[in-house]
Design a protein around this ligand. Structure first.
Ligand code: UGA
Length: 473
């Protein structure tokens, strides 16, 4: 690679979205990495060249580093012994009360503690509540490891699924929470190829917004602050989305266009233009879980953080509002055949966890609709949650889904869903009705193509023949 760096020996525990991307990217910037998972099948697949998730650049980087600087194993004990830094990147699912279930983190910390012979830094990479760092330290000590032989640091991840590799290698910031110099030094060394700009010199470097002259900053904080930065960042981004969705609902009431409002707001640098896209609400494995977990943390600390409850409430209502919009276009549901574009929680990923598309589909199914769905990558995962049957059908192309449908619904923002051949769509749909939960089309353009077009926070468009009855609810 030509990257000048002092390689650090790293173990990454967990090969999910965060763990696998981190392991591959650490190898990419020059370190020697072992990625550990207790799922034998998954490890065998990764060793054999398989790529378990849909993520840009991941196949290329796996091919580049597998069996070179990157190994896969189920043996946590051996990986711990040879590593200087052990990143914990296992799942922290939501429990019934909303708080994060940390049992996987606990189990891994316990196992790690049994294999520590020389100084190691244990790094939390999973999203965890404040004080987790402290708990990991206690668990490791309780299992007999001397406090001089390890530190626990926090290095939260800000990757978005779909662009995770680029986000990792071209981050806005790297946050390191460390309460000792030894731990901070190891983490600085790990990220040195990025923070020095050296990585961006390489001809093979993944391209992104960072350059040799504009490398990412590394922010060193206390461990508690780092834990809070992660939760507060995700909760704030979710709040931005709920805020713009609520603004969109006001726009609908007065026939204004939320995109104009968002543009006007976003040009104010204090607000910023990102994460102001109105839609059917946020989903995914992070925002719903992290807002709930942060709310729970605040509750436990007797802090009234009611805005988080409102953020969740608006997000839930947004899906029902969309469902009602579909009703307003179709009148009745029973026996209607609806084409659904998008099952993933957003475009560019095969992840369907907490996908708002599922909530909308479930409401429609319960009203007696037949759904014919297409997603470029998420179909197989979707089938596990919504099994195929007469009412829930999956097809492998967009126009196939639309053929004979009473209306077309857009539920994920895959780029190709914004590039449909509208003439062709007109000919295959039974009725030219498009209900767009992601605002991928210009309403005027859709009207000119003869569609009834409903979107989020923008004026509804009805062709002349329908306009008279457009306000009938
Ligand atoms: C999110 C954060 O953006 C990452 O910084 C963070 O690292 C990650 O969670 C995590 O904690 O692991 P991700 O869940 O991959 O990343 O997806 P986003 O791109 O943030 O989108 C989340 C949801 O919000 C999606 O359903 C998306 O469609 C929705 N969204 C996003 C909107 O409805 N409007 C927007 O303007 C932006």
């Amino acid at each position: 690679m030509g990257v000048k760096t002092k390689p650090v020996s790293i173990a990454v525990v967990g090969s999910g979205y965060v763990g696998l991307v981190a392991a591959v990217c650490f190898a990419e910037i020059g370190h020697s990495v072992v990625c550990v998972d207790n799922d034998e099948q998954k490890v065998a697949m990764l060793r054999d060249g398989g790529v378990p998730i849909h993520e840009d650049f991941l196949p290329e980087l796996l091919a580049r580093h597998r069996n070179q600087r990157l190994q896969f194993t189920t043996d946590l004990s051996a990986a711990t012994q040879r590593a200087e830094a052990i990143f914990i990147a296992v799942g922290t699912p939501q429990s019934d009360s909303g708080n994060a279930d940390l049992s996987y983190v606990d189990a891994v910390a316990t196992q790690i503690s049994r294999s520590i012979g020389s100084y190691k830094v244990i790094v939390e990479k999973s999203t965890v509540p404040v004080y987790t760092n402290e708990w990991i330290r206690r668990v490791v000590e309780r299992n007999g490891t001397s406090s001089t032989n390890f530190d626990v640091a926090s290095n939260p991840e800000f990757l978005r699924e779909g662009t995770a590799v680029t986000d990792f290698l071209h981050p806005d910031r790297i946050v390191v929470g460390a309460d000792s110099e030894a731990a901070a030094d190891i983490l600085r060394a790990i990220y040195a190829p990025l923070t020095s700009g050296d990585y961006y010199r390489s001809d093979n470097a993944v391209i992104g917004h960072r350059t040799i002259s504009d490398p990412p900053p590394l922010l060193l904080t206390s461990t508690k602050a780092a834990e809070l930065i992660k939760h507060a960042s995700n909760a704030f981004l979710a709040m931005k989305i709920s805020f713009i969705n609520a603004v969109a609902n006001v726009c609908e009431a007065v026939d204004a266009n939320v995109e104009e409002v968002a543009r006007g707001m976003g040009l104010d640098k204090r607000i910023g233009s990102q994460f102001l896209r109105a839609g059917i609400g946020y989903g995914g494995s992070c925002f719903p879980k992290d807002v709930a977990a942060f709310r729970y943390v605040a509750e436990q600390l007797s802090v009234d953080f009611g805005i988080l409850t409102e953020v969740e409430k608006i997000n839930e209502q947004q899906k029902r509002r969309f469902f009602n919009k579909v009703r307003s276009a179709l009148w009745t549901f029973r026996g209607k055949r609806l084409a659904v574009l998008g099952l993933a929680f957003k475009g560019g990923t095969d992840d369907v966890r907490e996908s708002p598309a599922f909530d909308v589909i479930r409401m429609l199914l319960s009203e007696g609709c037949t759904i014919v769905a297409f997603d470029p990558a998420a179909t197989e995962r979707a089938k596990l949650e919504l099994p195929p049957g007469p009412a829930m059908q999956y097809v492998d192309d967009l126009y196939g889904a639309a053929t004979g449908a009473d209306a077309l619904l857009i539920l994920s923002d895959w780029p190709q869903f914004g590039e449909i051949d509208l003439e062709k769509l007109q000919t295959v749909l039974r009725y030219p009705i498009v209900i767009d939960g992601r605002n991928l089309y210009d309403p005027q353009q859709m009207l000119e193509h003869g569609f009834t077009y409903l979107s989020v926070g923008r004026p509804a468009m009805y062709p002349a023949r329908e306009r008279a009855g457009a306000r009938v609810r």
